[in-house]
Design a protein around this ligand. Structure first.
Ligand code: GLY
Length: 594
């Protein structure tokens, strides 16, 4: 069976059963700041579980593109992917809403589809259900329904970890699940949404709903008797292309091939949906995924740009289902790869230098590294060095390990993990003061402060110099901010002082920073500043200081992805370090917070 046939069979089946077929939504979740990506079919229907009256249909079915990074370490095995498609059927507002359904129908649809439509031998199938745990009762209703299926050979009780599902974010629906397995592999997850996660507790939902998810790639693998997902028509052409580009054999490098295949596909879909590689939030995850693919390529011996060579293949694989804007995606991948290869090159040079320095200083270090065996000394690359390579040059530990091996060095993985953890703790402290939307990883606390200070600076310049001032560029580090803005001449000493005083005044006033989300037109009409040369999505985030987007009191309103501090009182004293020309008609200010 082909992937196209399987998608169609699934949708046709549920259409016959009275479902409205809905197309896949974007990988960028619509209006849900609690998640970075669409990770499940239910994402686009999430609000309907709590408010079924808003659902245009009581039952729907879809094939949804998903991006999940929670299992990224597992990618390379037979079944895990970061990009996959989820077949799902959903129902809302049971029992009040006409044509809604719940456990009995959902379980019998699943059984009928697997054994009737797909003709899977009944003896290969078994099911699990929720046995009750963490104060949530056993799902007896599902058990009774399952028991009535004559040819179901086994029903296994499972706990919360396995048979309870929710997105896990505040306000998301969740509930006990029934899962169908084929040949011992989990195929279909039927979630019965009876609860909602409220302040960390699962509270009963007034309306009940159904949310099911079945991975297309996994199901296809099972039906076709493939060994793993990479043998399906959704992956194989990519694997073949990697063989062609690298001149290496898949069978001898399975893990590297699989990761490259998965990650490049993920990148193509993410960029296609407008998630461009960047240093924050979803864009940062996409950047990491692309870079990881390049590093794996490097380990395979590919030393030229190659990621964009896969775009046409991905496009061909999915041509009946999704439209890939090949030119746009290629351009993005090429520029990201170009940029990263420079870093990679510098990183490699740095790596060699580090090793050399380390070896030069070996005489002193030997005693520390003494392993206890007489006259045998071991060379170990310290965790701090590995972490610096990771932090500064984006070198994942696998790459460092690989390079170290070539030089007959061991790496102190434990030390690296410790450094890593230290850093994570720091970023966590930073995110604690952030908005929910800043779920991202970008959070060096100092950079976040400079980000807010940059907004204040721009507003101050407009105040002091005039409305013609707009941002032309910015760059933030943990040590300073740099802002480029339109203005024809050098600031006078007096102007410079006024700008500085204006910003410090707003800091001293301890103004709150508000986040609003709306469409671009609304943002503009309410006076939000933005670099309108950029493309924005349907919804934009606007950060306002000292009032929200609608208020007249706000001293700054800017379209921006964040993150920001919650209150300007956190910033410290603002000082302009210098003011220079950047290009014709554009001035540049560097400033610090002290
Ligand atoms: N929403 C069900 C699943 O992801 O398995």
């Amino acid at each position: 069976m082909t992937s196209n046939e399987l998608r169609q069979k699934f949708l046709d089946f549920f259409e016959e059963k009275g479902h409205k077929v809905i197309s896949s939504s974007s990988l960028i979740p619509d209006n849900d700041p609690t998640v970075l990506f669409t990770t499940a079919g239910m994402q686009q229907f999430k609000p309907f579980y709590a408010e079924p009256d808003k659902a245009p249909y009581a039952s729907v079915a879809s094939v949804q593109k998903c991006l999940r990074t929670s299992d990224i370490e597992e990618v390379g095995d037979d079944t895990h992917l970061t990009f996959f498609e989820m077949l799902g059927n959903f129902s809302f507002g049971y029992p009040e809403k006409k044509d809604s359904y719940f456990k009995k129908e959902a379980i019998s649809f699943a059984w009928e589809f697997l054994t009737g439509k797909l003709k899977v031998d009944k003896s290969r199938i078994y099911a699990t259900y929720f046995k009750g745990e963490k104060g949530i009762p056993e799902d007896k209703e599902s058990l009774e329904i399952l028991k009535k299926i004559k040819d179901l050979k086994k029903i296994e009780p499972q706990g919360f970890e396995d048979n309870f599902w929710s997105l896990g974010t505040e306000g998301s629906p969740g509930g006990p699940t029934v899962e169908f397995y084929i040949d011992g592999i989990e195929i279909w997850n039927l979630v019965f949404n009876e609860y909602s996660l409220q302040k960390g507790k699962y509270e009963p939902l007034k309306h009940k709903g159904v949310d099911t998810g079945m991975g297309l790639e996994r199901l296809l693998t099972t039906l076709n008797g493939h060994k793993d997902v990479y043998e399906t028509d959704l992956c194989l052409p990519l694997i073949e292309k990697i063989e062609e580009i690298s001149g290496k054999k898949y069978k001898e490098n399975e893990n590297l091939f699989r990761i490259i295949c998965d990650h490049i596909k993920t990148a193509v879909f993410a960029v296609n949906d407008g998630i461009l590689p960047s240093n924050k939030e979803a864009g940062y995850v996409v950047r990491r995924i692309i870079r990881r693919a390049i590093v794996k390529g490097h380990q395979l011996g590919i030393n030229k740009n190659f990621t964009s060579d896969f775009v046409d293949i991905v496009s061909a694989i999915y041509k009946e289902t999704y439209k890939i804007q090949a030119d746009k995606v290629k351009k993005e991948l090429e520029s990201e790869e170009e940029r990263f290869r420079k870093t990679l090159k510098m990183g490699l040079a740095q790596f060699n230098k580090t090793i050399q320095n380390y070896r030069d200083s070996k005489g002193e270090k030997v005693s520390e590294l003494y392993t206890g065996e007489a006259y045998e000394f071991e060379e170990i690359l310290p965790g701090k060095v590995i972490f610096d390579l990771y932090q500064t040059y984006g070198f994942p530990i696998e790459l460092t390990k690989e390079l170290a091996q070539e030089k007959e060095l061991d790496v102190d993985e434990k030390g690296f993990q410790e450094e890593f953890k230290k850093h994570q703790d720091l970023s966590r402290t930073a995110s604690a003061g952030m908005f929910k939307g800043g779920l991202a990883d970008s959070g060096d606390p100092q950079v976040v402060k400079y980000h807010t200070a940059a907004h204040l600076l721009l507003a101050a310049l407009q105040e002091v110099l005039g409305e013609h001032v707009h941002q032309k560029g910015s760059n933030l580090t943990a040590d300073r901010l740099r802002l480029d803005f339109s203005h024809p001449e050098k600031l006078t000493d007096e102007e410079r002082q006024k700008v500085e005083d204006w910003v410090n005044d707003k800091i001293e006033k301890k103004l709150e920073v508000h986040l609003d989300e709306c469409d671009l037109e609304t943002a503009k009409s309410k006076g939000a500043e933005g670099e309108f040369t950029e493309k924005y999505g349907d919804k934009v985030k606007v950060y306002s200081i000292g009032g929200d987007l609608s208020s007249k009191e706000a001293v700054s309103k800017e379209i921006c992805g964040g993150p920001h501090v919650e209150n300007t009182g956190e910033l410290g004293h603002f000082r302009i370090k210098n003011e220079t020309s950047s290009s014709k008609g554009v001035r540049r200010i560097k400033a610090t917070l002290e």
